[in-house]
Every structure is written in C-alpha cells, then in structure tokens.
Design a protein around this ligand. Structure first.
Ligand code: ATP
Ligand code: MG
Length: 418
C-alpha cells in the first residue's frame, strides 16, 4: 500500500503570482521540516494541493510526519492518504476498482462505531473517470453497507467521513482530516527581530508573526554572561530552540544589559524602565540592520502591567525609526496562556527566571513624555553610542534550525561551534 500526505494550504484567496510564490515557500519549509525529522521525502504541487511522497511503508513514520507538518505555518489541513497511482491501477478506465472497494471496506470496519452515521465524499478532478461523483459515492456507500456494520448515512452531519479524490495521477482515499495552524509559510512576508524576555508573552508574539509568514530572529538582554558550554540549557535558548521547530532557522542574540545598568546606577530615576525599553530598541535596531529585519516585535500587552501604557509605547516607538509590532497588544492574558499551551511552550515559559530586569523600579512611571526622556538620556546617559557599542561587542549568538542548534559564537571568540 502506498501512502502520501495531502496538504491543503491556507489563504486560498491569494491570487496570481503571490500564490505560486507562497506555495513554493511552503513546499520548501515542509521539505526542511521533514529533513529535520530524518525524512528525505519529495514534496510536490499538483493542482491546488501539495503532496508529500512517502517511500516508506512504515505507517508510524508517516503519522509522525503528519503531526509535525501540521505545526508548520501555511497549512489549512492535511491528511495521510492511501494512494492508488494511475496508470498502475487503471482507474480512469474504471477497469480495476476492486482494490479501492477492498480498502473502503477495511477502513469502514476499522473506524466503525455503533450508532454513528457516515458519509462518503468523492471529489473528481479528472472527468475521464467513468462514474460521476454521486454515482461513485453511492457505489462506495453500498460497499460499506454490505461489508461492515455501518447502518446510517447522514450526508450533512456525519460522524465519520470517507474521502475519495480522483485525479489524473491517481486516487486517494482517507478518513482523517487534521487541522493545520493556517496562516502563511515562514519566509513569505519578511524578517522580524523579536525582543524575547523570560515570560509567556514574547514567545507567543514571535509565533504569531511566524504564522503570518515572517522569518523570526530573537534578541535577549541578560544580566549575566553565559558559559558557552551550556548556554543552550539556558531558559531563553530552550524557548528559541522549541520555537524553531516551527520557525525554521532562527538566530538568538544574547546581549548584556550590564553597561546600561552601570550607567544608571545610583541615579534612582523612576523612569528607568522606559529608558531601558528605549535602550533595548536602539541596540536591537543595530542588529536589525545587520540581519535585514524590517520590524521589531515585542510581547507588549496594553495595560497588562503598569509600564505597558499607550504613553510608554509611544515613548519606545520614538526611540527608533523602525516599526515596532506588538501582535499581543489587545489579547487577554488567558488567551496568551492558552496559546502558549497549544504551542507546547507553557512548561518552559513558566519556569522561574530571575536573570532579567533586576534594575526596574518597583513603581515604574506610567506616563512618559518622550521629550522628557530625550533630556534625561542626554543628561544621564552621555556616551549613548559607546553604551550601544559596548553592549553589542559582547553579543553571544546561537543559531537554531528546526529544533537543532547549528551554530554558536561568543563575543571575542574567533571560532564558531556547532
Ligand atoms: P513577557 O511575558 O514576554 O516576559 P511581560 O509581560 O513580562 O512580557 P515586560 O517584562 O514588561 O512584560 O516586557 C514587555 C516586552 O518587552 C516583552 O514581551 C519583551 O518583548 C520585551 N522585553 C522585556 N524584557 C526583555 C529582555 N530582558 N530582553 C528582551 N526583551 C525584553
Ligand atoms: Mg517579562
């Protein structure tokens, strides 16, 4: 028996050249994802579907591939199908349909549940097939009645569907439809840099951008330097590793905020939080230029904490000329937590994380006028460009590719490691 994975992509409304470009990117992401799982399988487009050719007869491997592919942005739904290739089976002349009836009968018995109703859905994109869709549906339903215990059909609200798709290249049969995450394939809409902290919000924000087709890199501001030997065990690195199972290739830049901290030491400014935000944006913007990122992303959520006010958001925006995107701005906290659970990030995100933001005052300013901040920065943070340079000089870089660490480099280190 041949298996294939059939993928129906999301955003069918996309038109013309855009669409073919998106499908190309989707196929590329799928191929890379499969490779990362050890499956060097072909991914092809036929009509408005993408097919994964599965050489193995190992059903377990095929099922694992389906589960993992369902997490890739750009897929509406997908199915593991039994595949009867034309011309081997000569369906189009209607000569040898017995193997299809045998399989339908096997599947009908396999999925049977007492009291439930079924329906057969035939799609015939090759009109050479001798029966029309309704005739073939009836013939298959008759076979199910005769060879299994199914007794009731319900065309609209069936509990169990049997799907048969007749194309010029062969016929697929399946009983399952697995939902994908929708959206657009990664790398189809540009690159963003995400400000990643130790909580729930920024990883979810990064995922939302990836699911709208962005390639995503990360920057984290840390109080401590990390030993390169085990930097990948650091909470932030584990979050990025996990996200990269979906985002594909993602870089993590870890920079110290110690220079900023030192500069403000003993100043006792209650503006320190928003000054820190502006500092993060400025350092990040330097990296954005290097990696060609079009926007910065944060996990900000309006009003969630005292510092996340419109005033403070505005003051941060004024610090740099690149756009700052905040995909979670209007989310409720429970929606964010639920999303982190769906993404399998809840456990790692809830781990305690002390490293970050020790410098922040207990009652941060909720109102901050950017012209006041400009003045404070001139007054207390003279040498701002040195501050940025010193910070960037101490960057540690990790690169992940579909869940694998593929590169790491510490500041001052000429060598790179895998
Ligand atoms: P999160 O759940 O993402 O930690 P939060 O609710 O704790 O967010 P804040 O700590 O106010 O909110 O941070 C708001 C946003 O600022 C974060 O979502 C993140 O994008 C960015 N941010 C905060 N601290 C850091 C940091 N140390 N390094 C990089 N980005 C940071
Ligand atoms: Mg935080």
């Amino acid at each position: 028996m041949h298996y294939k994975i059939v993928v129906h992509y999301a955003e069918l409304a996309l038109k013309g050249r855009n669409r073919s470009e998106f499908v190309k990117r989707l196929r590329k992401q799928m191929r890379k994802k499969l490779k990362s799982l050890g499956f060097d399988w072909q991914v092809r487009s036929i009509h408005d579907r993408v097919f994964v050719e599965i050489p193995t007869i190992e059903k377990k491997q095929a099922e694992q591939a389906v589960t993992e592919l369902a997490r890739i942005p750009g897929i509406a739904w997908l199915s593991l199908v039994h595949w009867f290739p034309e011309p081997e089976f000569r369906f189009l002349k209607g000569e040898n349909l017995q193997p299809v009836y045998d399989l339908i009968s096997y599947l009908a018995n396999d999925v049977y549940q007492e009291g439930q109703r079924f329906a057969v859905r035939v799609k015939r994109s090759d009109k050479n097939f001798p029966m029309n869709s309704q005739e073939f549906e009836k013939a298959l339903a008759t076979c199910i009645f005769k060879t299994s215990s199914w007794q009731h059909v319900d065309l609209k609200n069936a509990d169990q569907f049997f799907y048969v798709d007749v194309t010029s290249q062969g016929m697929s049969v399946h009983t399952n439809k697995i939902r994908g995450t929708g959206g657009l394939p990664v790398s189809s809409t540009g690159r963003v840099l995400t400000l990643l902290s130790g909580g729930f919000d920024s990883p979810v924000a990064a995922w939302l951008m990836a699911n709208r087709g962005c390639s995503v890199d990360f920057i984290h501001f840390s109080a401590s330097h990390h030993n390169l030997n085990d930097v990948e065990n650091y909470k932030i690195a584990r979050i990025v590793r996990q996200l990269s199972e979906v985002t594909g290739r993602s870089r993590l830049f870890i920079v110290p905020y110690t220079h900023f901290d030192m500069a403000l030491l003993e100043q006792d400014l209650d503006y320190d939080l928003i000054l820190f935000r502006r500092f993060m944006a400025r350092v990040a913007e330097h990296i954005m230029v290097d990696i060609n990122a079009a926007a910065l992303v944060t996990g900000d959520n309006l009003g969630q904490v005292a510092s996340q006010t419109l005033d403070n958001i505005n003051s941060m925006n004024r610090a740099i000329s690149s756009p700052i995107l905040r995909p979670l701005l209007t989310y409720n906290k429970d929606e964010i937590i639920n999303k982190s659970m769906d993404l399998g990030l809840f456990e790692v995100c809830r781990e305690p994380y002390k490293d970050c933001c020790a410098l922040i005052s207990k009652s941060p300013r909720t109102k901050s006028k950017f012209n006041v901040l400009d003045k404070l920065e001139t007054q207390y943070l003279e040498g701002y460009s040195d501050l940025i340079r010193d910070t960037l000089d101490e960057t540690t870089t990790l690169v992940y590719n579909f869940g694998q660490l593929v590169f790491k480099k510490e500041f001052g280190d000429e060598n790179s490691y895998v």
